[in-house]
Design a protein around this ligand. Structure first.
Ligand code: ADP
Ligand code: TRP
Length: 321
């Protein structure tokens, strides 16, 4: 089974990205042929700063590998290193109706948040469809926010097959319902664009500062509280052992849960959880030559997979004469 998903290098990756997308992808190495990539062409729709994009790309790649993605056991590359995807994007865009893209709420949300409404931002879902269809992916694990983009990819694939004959595998989304949306410091969805994140590799004072900033209510310590309604508890539970979580839960229910102490414990838990990965990441970023080599090898593997599909597409539509 072919499983594929990508992540944007548009800012520091956070624990929401980790539990919602990266960890499920890392676990998928066991389940099938895994395709994972850093979508720098997509990030160009919101990042117009060379240094930020190049560093963001290398850091996202290092993050993924440090956290456990093994480039030997999957295909791991940077989107822009496979030019086939942009050619397919153009071909697909000629059969994508304006109405289909106009209905996408992600575009409207991003414009509302202040991202310039460029043509690239509008056609973002077509590039994403090309990402998926080019590799004939069967399963695409994404968060709930990407569900509509998956539907667009399916619609475009179905339309192509209908007009030009069976060409593409129609992908199925895998929405991890079990990983509820990780809340941010303010209780909204944790997101780079809301500035409410705990970046995965924060440490020391900076980590402590973010964790202490998790918003909690003003119920006195001795009063009972509902753990499931508490933002702090919902982040704590991602890191604590089952036994420790049960103890803390009891404190919430019976009274006696002191937010300040729980936060300090959480700082240590997060620090320890990512300790090994943090060291591995530092090593990867210190030796950028080797990191780039891993990515170049990944891109070659991806191109080898992409070429036959693009060749077939060119033939089907009449670009091969
Ligand atoms: P952000 O909202 O921070 O910009 P992205 O939109 O780049 O994050 O999301 C990258 C991946 O991480 C997607 O698959 C998305 O569903 C997942 N993801 C992002 N934020 C969360 C969250 N708070 N909880 C769970 N998954 C998340
Ligand atoms: N749009 C996705 C996001 O913002 C990233 C992405 C690009 C992607 N291409 C993809 C995800 C292909 C899955 C499959 O999270």
């Amino acid at each position: 089974m072919k499983i594929l998903s990508g992540i944007q290098p548009s800012g520091q990756l956070h624990i929401g990205n980790y539990f919602g997308m990266m960890l499920p992808m890392i676990r998928n190495m066991e389940k099938g042929e895994l395709y994972a990539f850093v979508v720098n062409l997509h990030a160009l729709t919101s990042v117009h700063d060379r240094e930020k994009l190049t560093m963001g790309t290398l850091e996202a790649a290092a993050d993924f590998i440090a956290l456990g993605l093994d480039p030997e056991r999957c295909i791991f590359w940077v989107q822009g290193d496979v030019p086939e995807v942009t050619e397919l994007t153009w071909i697909l865009s000629t059969l994508t109706s304006m109405g289909l893209l106009e209905r996408c709420h992600s575009y409207k949300d991003k414009v509302a948040k202040g991202i310039a409404p460029s043509h690239g931002l509008f056609s973002y879902p077509v590039l994403m469809a090309a990402d998926i269809l080019l590799y004939q992916a069967e399963i695409v694990p994404v968060g709930k926010d990407q569900k509509q983009h998956l539907e667009v990819a399916r619609d475009i694939g179905i339309r192509f097959n209908h007009i030009f004959g069976e060409t593409f595998v129609i992908p199925e989304p895998a929405i991890a319902e079990s990983v509820a949306t990780v809340p941010g410091l303010d209780g909204q969805k944790m997101s780079k664009s809301y500035g409410n994140t705990i970046p995965i590799f924060l440490e020391g004072k900076q980590l402590k500062k973010q964790v202490m900033a998790i918003q909690t209510d003003s119920t006195p310590v001795e009063e009972p509280k509902d753990p499931d309604a508490c933002n702090l508890y919902n982040i704590f539970k991602l890191f604590a052992t089952a036994d420790r979580l049960a103890e803390i839960r009891k404190l919430y229910v019976d009274g006696g849960a002191a937010y300040g102490y729980i936060k300090l414990e959480l700082v240590d838990l997060i620090g320890d959880y990512f300790k090994e990965a943090r060291e591995k990441r530092a090593g990867l970023l210190q030796d950028k030559y080797s990191l780039k080599k891993i990515l170049a090898q990944g891109a070659q593997k991806a191109r080898d997979k992409a070429a036959p599909t693009l060749d077939l597409v060119r033939q089907r539509v009449g670009l091969k004469y």
